[in-house]
Design a protein. Structure first.
Length: 404
């Protein structure tokens, strides 16, 4: 459209369809999501969602092997893309970082081609807009959106928001005082919590990804325990295994509880687990008790640090996101903290189905930004950035975004 003789770019119209691509780690995802701006927020409708997990392939290495991930994305993307052959879209969104660079590159180059192709199909010279998305922002924004039947509603969010982002590569407390402007107030000084789950699971002989496995056996242990979870966590009903468990079970450290900061550290916990498990041939009951003790250590750390971060940020909304946010024990501990000590803070818990990496969250984030009027579009020079940071509040972003 033109206005006063010059071309006006329409940044958003409703509804808007985004085709999104995610390849930052070991999941290949493509999704088509329609977004609409509504009163005080947005509504997202997932039209199509595809995901291929490489977890089974990486299991052999006990973690993600970057060049294997790259090769798999290269193979998987065209297969998934076929599902979208007849679909129109207004923009193509893609994860630009953070993540494994060789894996990110596959998604980005594919997205560039898709944007061109989709534009040509609509008679456009330059292709549809290409929207780079920060993977951590996508975890945050999509976790704030609440499922309502087939749609997700992102509305009624009171700022400031405190987000605890916990995944295989990141562990950070992020404050959003204004929409889409972020400040990290605490983070891991070494390992990410998901990585720690995966490593400890490996020490216990459990398959990759280890988080869900640890969670499963720890929950079974607690369910068996006579006195539920927080008492001692070490007592089981059967006397044989119970004695063996009590004889073996070490108390793991809760690192940095007294640091006075919102930073966390998991390498000490990982090393303590390594020493405790070295040269041990544990039976199933002992492994389950150890997994429960490990989860309790992680839970204690997050409860203490979230208390600190909530006080420091005066947040009105608390949200958790990332793969580890699916952990039921951690969710329960944080829910209890908010119920007991911060009853006025709204706790937004993401649907466990979208806490792991997926393309729907990438589409939701791109749509939220676009529909709010931010112009993120990139051109052919878009590059993968394995260390892409969240944008801070100091950037010039025009008018203040205390409302959507
Ligand atoms: O966000 P995500 O899917 O990928 C990254 O961006 O890293 O997170 C993956 C991590 C893995 O370390 C996995 O073990 C962990 O999330 N995870 C869990 C659970 N489900 C996934 N950790 C603990 N409990 C779970 N239920
Ligand atoms: Zn992730």
């Amino acid at each position: 459209m033109t206005w006063g003789g010059s071309e006006v770019r329409v940044l958003h119209r409703a509804p808007m369809k985004v085709l999104a691509i995610e390849t930052s780690c070991d999941e290949t995802g493509i999704a088509l999501v329609e977004g609409t701006k509504t009163d005080g927020g947005f509504e997202f409708n997932t039209l199509k969602d595809t995901l291929l997990s490489q977890a089974a392939l990486h299991a052999e290495f006990g973690g993600v092997y970057p060049n294997l991930a790259k090769r798999e994305h290269e193979k998987n993307l065209p297969v998934l893309y076929r599902e979208f052959a007849g679909d129109e879209c207004d923009a193509v969104a893609v994860t630009a970082g953070p993540g494994l660079e060789p894996a990110l590159w596959q998604g980005i180059e594919f997205a560039k081609r898709a944007a061109r192709e989709r534009g040509l199909a609509r008679g456009m010279a330059e292709g549809v807009p290409l929207l780079p998305v920060n993977h951590m922002e996508a975890h945050l924004i999509s976790s704030l959106a609440q499922p309502q039947g087939r749609t997700f509603a992102l509305r009624g969010v009171h700022l400031p928001v405190l987000a605890l982002l916990i995944s295989g590569g990141h562990t950070e407390f992020v404050v959003m005082k204004e929409w889409f402007a972020y400040e990290i107030i605490g983070q891991t000084l070494d390992d990410a919590v998901g990585e720690c789950f995966d490593k400890v699971a490996r020490m216990l002989g459990l398959p990759y990804p280890g988080g869900p496995e640890i969670s499963k056996i720890a929950a079974a242990h607690r369910a068996k325990a006579k006195i539920p979870k927080r008492a001692t966590g070490h007592t089981t009903e059967e006397s044989g295994p119970k004695e063996r468990v009590e004889e073996f079970l070490p108390k793991l450290p809760r690192p940095m509880l007294q640091s006075g900061t919102c930073d966390v550290s998991f390498s000490g916990l990982k090393t303590a687990a390594l020493y405790a498990l070295r040269e041990q041939a544990l039976d199933a009951a002992q492994k389950a008790a150890f997994a429960a003790e490990f989860e309790e250590a992680v839970g204690d750390v997050f409860v203490a640090k979230t208390r600190q971060a909530l006080s420091l940020s005066s947040a009105q909304t608390f949200v958790i996101g990332g793969g580890v946010a699916a952990n039921l024990y951690v969710r329960g501990r944080l829910q209890k903290l908010l119920d007991d000590e911060f009853p006025d803070v709204e706790f937004r818990l993401p649907d466990p189905l979208i806490t792991g990496d997926n393309a729907v969250m990438i589409a939701q984030c791109a749509l939220a930004r676009r529909l709010a009027g931010l112009d993120d579009s990139a051109d052919e020079s878009l590059r993968a950035n394995g260390n892409l940071a969240l944008q801070g509040p100091t950037l010039d972003r025009g008018s203040s975004r205390s409302d959507l």
